[in-house]
Design a protein around this ligand. Structure first.
Ligand code: FE
Length: 285
């Protein structure tokens, strides 16, 4: 298994969804086709040149039991939350927010002339951490190492380890790797991925060949590629470059009870979250 190539299990075409106060986005995890990829609970792609598609944003809303990870490629999102953080997530920045037992936050994209491009991933928390104190890691673009290989492959290392370099997001229970990879034309890119971890790629520019000899598939953008288990993945390019996120993490194998912004283990815990919200006892400091 160690040296085994991970096969392509599924290729998911994102669904158009309207979320928040009216934001148009493309969702590929947390849909009818794909409920979750344990420990990943949701994956959204915002991409629009028209501010009307995103300007209404995500006004104050609660979260419990999860982590939300926002990565902006281009554009700015202003945010504030109930533990006293306020600021902006600008082009190339990452916000890794651990809701724990209860946070309220607001995420408001700023209108700009350029296309807004960004992603939000939800990572599950194990039962013993679902009610932990909320915390938050804000990583600015300059603190994300960019590694360029001799083959011209460019990797932004957000979380995980690569060539003895450690990404800036640390101490996350799912032990995630989060890479933003650009492979130039006519290149073979091989990347070790921890065996036993769930892994997927999200292609958002260009196209590449995914899979294994005899079963190579050309995959364009936007598509989510779910990998089977193994020790590494291979992506090849021909005449186009390809850019994708490569995300992996340790599965929790716990029951999932979800209701909007809350993800717990049981229905009773969801009822409790709704009751805490009504009683004004939801927010933790
Ligand atoms: Fe949120």
């Amino acid at each position: 298994m160690e040296k085994q190539l991970r096969k392509v299990l599924r290729v998911i075409e994102p669904e158009p969804v309207i979320e928040g106060a009216g934001v148009r986005l493309k969702r590929s995890i947390a849909t009818a086709a794909l409920d979750n990829l344990d420990p990943f609970l949701l994956f959204d792609h915002f991409g629009s040149k028209n501010p009307a598609d995103y300007i209404k944003g995500f006004p104050m809303h609660p979260h419990r039991g999860i982590e939300t990870v926002t990565y902006m490629i281009q554009g700015v999102v202003d945010h504030r939350d109930s533990i006293g953080n306020a600021g902006s997530i600008a082009s190339g920045d990452v916000q890794w927010m651990t809701s724990g037992g209860g946070i309220m936050h607001e995420e408001m994209p700023r209108a700009g002339d350029d296309e807004m491009i960004g992603f939000q991933l939800w990572v599950n928390l194990p039962a013993r951490l679902k009610m932990c104190r909320p915390r938050y890691q804000n990583i600015v673009a300059d603190d994300i190492p960019q590694i360029t290989g001799s083959d011209g492959v460019k990797i932004k290392l957000i979380a995980g380890e690569l060539a003895d370099i450690r990404g800036p997001v640390t101490e996350i229970e799912a032990d995630p790797t989060y890479l933003d990879v650009t492979v130039p034309p006519d290149t073979i890119y091989q990347q070790p991925v921890e065996k036993g971890h769930t892994a997927f790629a999200y292609v958002f520019e260009g196209q590449g060949l995914f899979g294994h000899e005899g079963a190579l598939k050309t995959i364009g953008h936007p598509r989510l590629v779910e990998f089977g288990d193994g020790g590494f993945v291979v992506i090849k390019t021909t005449d186009s470059h390809v850019r994708f996120l490569l995300i992996s993490g340790r599965p929790l194998n716990e029951p999932i009870a979800r209701h909007g912004p809350f993800v717990m283990n049981t229905r009773e815990e969801i009822q409790q979250a709704l009751q805490d919200l009504r009683n004004g006892t939801f927010v933790m400091k």
